[in-house]
Write a protein that binds this ligand. Structure first.
Ligand SMILES: [Cu+2]
Length: 154
């Protein structure tokens, strides 16, 4: 995340003000696979139930059976009803090694959500993206700081 002073911080645990609109910009650099489950292709819990992908408004379902639709990850906060599928970069254009810069191929996903009441809200990715782990659910999927974290709403 980008700290208020402008420098980048590797953290998936964010402190957010309650009852506040939060504007999110996600830079997605990873490759992906066709959507396995149409539920995780739905956009929900965000303003307008929509987001923008590289500046173009997207709503609701991705084409779940299309091989063109490549999803890398999701930003999902189950207790807030938030789910945003994150489009993947074509595998032929992947950044060779992290950390990647904005000059390298990426998808820019933007949306807004409302924090609501104070509490500790878990977020996670629901695409089993832990390659070489059992069913893709190990490694980064179950390591705090990668595919999951917390929104501490105060
Ligand atoms: Cu993921």
């Amino acid at each position: 995340m980008k700290a208020p002073d402008g420098h980048w911080v590797h953290s998936t645990q964010w402190v957010l003000p309650a009852h506040t609109r939060v504007n999110m910009t996600i830079y997605e650099y990873d490759g992906g696979t066709p959507l396995r489950n149409p539920v995780w292709g739905r956009v929900s819990g965000v303003y307008g139930n929509s987001y923008t992908l590289n500046g173009t408004k997207k709503v609701q379902l991705l084409e779940s059976t299309s091989t063109k639709t490549q999803v890398a990850h999701t930003f999902t906060v189950p207790a807030m009803g938030i789910n945003v599928p994150l489009y993947a970069v074509p595998s032929s254009k992947l950044c060779p090694a992290a950390p990647c810069t904005l000059k390298e191929p990426h998808e820019t996903i933007q949306f807004s959500f409302y924090t609501g009441h104070p509490g500790q809200y878990r977020w996670q990715c629901f695409i089993p993206c832990g390659l070489s782990y059992l069913d893709g659910n190990g490694g980064p999927m179950d390591t705090l700081g990668y595919m999951d974290g917390f929104l501490k709403v105060i």
